[in-house]
Design a protein around this ligand. Structure first.
Ligand code: ADP
Ligand code: MG
Length: 250
């Protein structure tokens, strides 16, 4: 039961103020548990990307605490590379290296960090690619891949590090609508395999189907953390209702 479980991530009073004085995250408190699939919704500019970026230290919070597996990752002593290894991230624009093949993209980081040999990594990459139907693309360059294929490979690249949690920042919003499904399917499979995930998305149908919690950020405030049933069917907050109405006419 949740009461007896330690949080994988525990966030206390997280604030982020940019150097121009803009306060983007305001006193966020949250616990994420192993196996959680958390979808984060909110208007553009509400702080969703900044929030995810703070969790794997791409942004430094201005104040507050983030405990990951019980360790305060904002402490001076923490090894940032170790944290990034355990907290995988998938971005909107894939960020694959264009001059490297799919295989080279996939093994670059684990080779450096885990000091595994090429053969072992190639086998692992091949198996993961096969699982998502891209086994034949192992020696291709990103330029010949579709957006959907690139994003599925970006997901595999994050998985190659064996993360304990995956963060997704609008993974399908740069895609042609015909390719959204193939990426969501990979994420759906990950959820079935009990991967802990935090997903910023505007895919309401996906959130309804896959999430066990839906969060809503409103101008840097976390104003809602509910089950999808409650969030979508019994919503009382006027701002969230308005947001959901806009999504319906997307
Ligand atoms: P979302 O992902 O919800 O659209 P973001 O986290 O990207 O929101 O941005 C939240 C707010 O912070 C926006 O108003 C954005 O302009 C601002 N912001 C983001 N990055 C920076 C930055 N490096 N410096 C100043 N303001 C920023
Ligand atoms: Mg964003």
């Amino acid at each position: 039961m949740r009461e007896n479980k330690n949080a994988l991530i525990k966030i206390n009073d997280l604030n982020k103020k940019f150097s121009n004085g803009h306060v983007v995250l305001k006193n966020i408190c949250l616990e994420i548990f192993e196996g959680d699939v958390v979808c984060i919704l909110g208007l553009s500019g509400s702080g969703k990307s900044t929030f995810l970026r703070c969790l794997n230290l791409l942004e430094r919070p201005s104040s507050g605490e983030i405990f990951f597996e019980g360790k305060n990752i904002l402490s001076e002593k923490i090894n940032i590379d170790l944290i990034r290894r355990k907290i995988g991230m998938v971005f909107q624009n894939f960020n694959l290296f264009p001059h490297l093949t799919v295989l080279e993209n996939l093994i670059l980081a684990p080779k450096k960090i885990y000091k595994k040999n090429d053969l072992e990594l190639k086998k692992e990459a091949g198996e993961l690619l096969k699982k998502i139907g891209l086994g034949k693309k192992i020696n291709s360059y990103p330029s010949v891949l579709s957006g959907g294929e690139k994003q599925r490979i970006a997901i595999v690249r994050a998985l190659m590090m064996h993360p304990d949690i995956m963060l997704f920042d609008e993974p399908t919003s740069a895609l042609d609508p015909t390719m959204v499904g193939e990426v969501l399917k990979v994420m759906f499979e990950l959820a079935k395999e009990k991967m802990t995930m935090m997903i910023v998305t505007h895919e309401i149908g996906f959130a309804k189907k896959v999430a066990n919690r839906v969060l809503f950020l409103d101008d840097g405030n976390l104003i809602c953390d509910e089950s999808p049933e409650k969030f979508f069917n019994e919503q009382e907050d006027i701002k969230i209702k308005r947001f959901l109405n806009c999504m319906t006419y997307k």
